[in-house]
Design a protein around this ligand. Sequence first.
Ligand SMILES: Cc1ncc(COP(=O)(O)O)c(C=O)c1O
Length: 342
Amino acid sequence: MSRFLRRSLGESFGYVPGEQPPDGEAWIKLNTNESPFPPSSLVSAAIGAAAVGLNRYPSPSAEPLRTALAAHHRVEIGQIAVGNGADALIDSCFRAFCEPGSTVALTDPTYSLLAVQARIHDVLTQKVTLGGTEVPAAFASADVPLRFIVNPNTPTGAWIDPAALETGLADATGVVVIDEAYCDFAPRSCVPLLRDHPSWLVLRTFSKSYALAGLRVGYAVGAPGLIDDLQAVGESYPVDRCAVAGAGAALADHAHHRGLVQEVIGERQRLTDTLADRGWQVTPSHANFICARPGTGSAASVAARLRARRVLVRCFGAGDAGMLRITVGTPAENDALLAALL
Ligand SMILES: Cc1ncc(COP(=O)(O)O)c(C=O)c1O
């Protein structure tokens, strides 16, 4: 850090992403909730064709992807904003809806980037413990202009049924953002509820169930006014031509998407059952990862032992409270993980 960094950001400021070792070094990477499977084979051809037009700026609203997403979710085109990953849309939510010095409501635990974004925007955080399958009353009643709930949540994988979210958030004021980055691995989405909730925004991403973390495409769905707000504060050309084309091709390949999601859900169950049989405490997950506490040894020591065997997982919390978040890998990767844990 330099001496010029804004002092209000504090010491050692910044989001700490999961370790990204260089490609081709044969690590088993189960630490950042990427897809272990490749994207649709239609994606690279679409990107190649789009590259021919790189002398021109892309569509500012990411057309034709925006129209395809509207059709996919059965909403109006004006209800979709596409961004450079869901992360960019999270940033836009802070820019659009929070004055400096205001407060955002977050759950605990939640996606760790949210608190970092709050600091960047000089926004305070009010954190409410999330457990079980209902929205905590203190989260819904917080007097804030913006609140985020991640569903399924990270790092736990716990999921709240949209009907329970609707009940729990009935009296919430301000803008409610439901981050559904992992929703395709869960039973249902909140998107159909948006017509009754004009102050809700749902965030989605191509990084997980469409296997395109490297392309950086996410989007928001919500009422046209909120979408206009996000676009007003966002970048002028938020998504490049290759990303627009690649995400569009992935969205069109329903069979590939369905197959990938089913395979991940099947492997998630296998990992859950096997670790539970070995005495681990595993939280039931509705995402593409599991969250578990080893039967013996601390989570941190198990993560270190796995790393020595070139298997990367993520450790959250310390000591007895520590848990491992393990991304579901390919069957072979999961076999290797289970063998390394013996
Ligand atoms: C809850 C949540 N939201 C958003 C993201 C980031 O999505 P994107 O890759 O589209 O920026 C992640 C990434 O891990 C996440 O866990």
